[in-house]
Write a protein that binds this ligand. Sequence first.
Ligand code: ADP
Ligand code: MG
Length: 627
Amino acid sequence: MALLQIAEPGQSPVPHQVKLAVGIDLGTTNSLVASVRGGRATVLPDEQGSAMLPSVVNYSQAEASRVGRAAQALAAEHPADTLVSVKRFMGRGRDDAAGDAARAYYHLADDDTGMVRFITSVGEISPVEASAEILKVLHRRAVDTLGNELDGAVITVPAYFDEAQRQATKDAATLAGLKVLRLLNEPTAAAVAYGLDSAEQGVIAVYDLGGGTFDISILRLHRGVFEVLATGGDTALGGDDFDAAIADWVLQQLAAPELAPGNYRQLQTRARSAKEQLSTNDSTSISLQGLLPEGGAIDLTRAEFESLIQPLVKQTLRACRRCLRDAELADTVDNVVMVGGSTRVPMVREAVGEFFQREPLLDIDPDQVVAVGAAIQADILVGNRPEGDLLLLDVIPLSLGLETMGGLVEKIIPRNTTIPVTRAQEFTTFKDGQTALAVHIVQGERELVSDSRSLARFELRGIPPMVAGAARILVTFQVDADGLLNVAAREETTGVESSVTVKPSFGLSDGEISGMLQASFSHAEEDKQARQRAEHRLEAQQLLEGLEAALAADGDELLSPDECAELHGLMQQLRLAMEGQDVSTLKAGTEQLGKASEDFAARRMDKSIRQALAGVSLDALDDEVSE
Ligand code: ADP
Ligand code: MG
């Protein structure tokens, strides 16, 4: 009989159990799931061997909605019940989505929080629910293929997605029964797929041309962390526009009367497959069977196709140029990654290569590259990789800032900034002779400290006494890769320093974070006014304090009793205005007092110059010169 083995505590001989994790590219047109198996990240195909799941959900039956190709087939018959491009509606209100071409097919409503919903024959469906249907199919596929329940998933989102859009994506994943390890920016996922994260540093351009959208992102890699330097693109430009260009060309060639709408959709579908063939063939033919009474076909060469799409490709390059400008790069881009089905078009590849003067990376299937990168990241996050292989990519969910005079918030690091990050800003003292500075660190999007979340306070002491505004205090906010915030304050002339470390996200649930964001949106106008009021009040207070000190020092000597009385009267008026709520009275009072005291200020200036000169004899000046 074999003896049972018992390991020493903490030294279990059982090999590290492999956890199951997937990466999911939840796309506008197509979605994919990938996983690392046997050390390699690969996409997981469905039973028919197809990895791409069209991001289409059909609700024409009350029964389980159909997703993917089956749903696509029902689009023509049930346009309002077949949801395509749902991603465009994620985390958006009805008004935000108003300009979107995709809405034309749907009947839209909004829910009680103002988020958009689709009216279908089975009831109102939110974009989150529809996306969850897509994710459920991919979830099931992964469980079936990998043979067990998943330990976690990384889901990708466009780099420009805001907090609400990211939250909606997370909610959809939760509804689909997935444990979200992290949301990952799509361009970052693509860069990870190419292993670009193993370099020490570099600048990467990710050119993503999909079905209906074009995204360009400039990333900077520094010590294992990707920072999004700039994003740009066009939310209404993609392969669909190539199809439309071909369809319109066909109609033009035929000089035919316009086709019925259903037929135009048919023609677009045929244009799409013609386009896809032209990525490998020099010419193709588009059948007109069933579209025209006489049937027939029309030939299209690659050269002709290229001339049709040239303006569209140029449009993407213009967006690239803008994005490069926004990124304020000192040197050139090191790598260009191609993402999205439409980058299969040879002319697109050439144009992009020429623009960036770099051979673009295209070894990995452009449809799969985002899912592959997400799978690699998921594998690391779930703990399957040996130590050292830690990628930390995250953004701060709420702005970090500090309190300035008047109870106002000065934001130092805006929300959604990729971490780690360091930002510094210079501040100064408010009063003459001020020797200490209270640093109050707050989190949130609101303008007033009273509406923000207080994180920490500390004091900087030992500032040498100087006149107000002369001290130069550099406050540095540094958030490390774990989201730990360190704030340091340093007086530049003396070097005195003080600092504190806090964990900004501590104790905040996702729900609370989105609540704080909502509040900042709904109170935007009110906040602006409160800020103005506080700023004017501060200005008035500074003027009053300065004038009080000046009157005490020189009032009797430099002013007549009448002048003195006038100033005191105006000061009293201003004090009253400060107690009231009316901003314009306050502003007018400050201006009036400022004007009235100008003359007094000029006389004080003269006096101090006279005093300064009186203290210096001509002999002393001579001495200085001769020394
Ligand atoms: P999304 O990111 O919007 O989900 P995809 O990256 O899946 O979109 O790209 C879909 C687009 O790619 C469609 O317009 C499709 O016609 C186009 N596409 C796919 N294969 C090819 C090909 N071989 N040649 C040209 N275009 C292609
Ligand atoms: Mg995509």
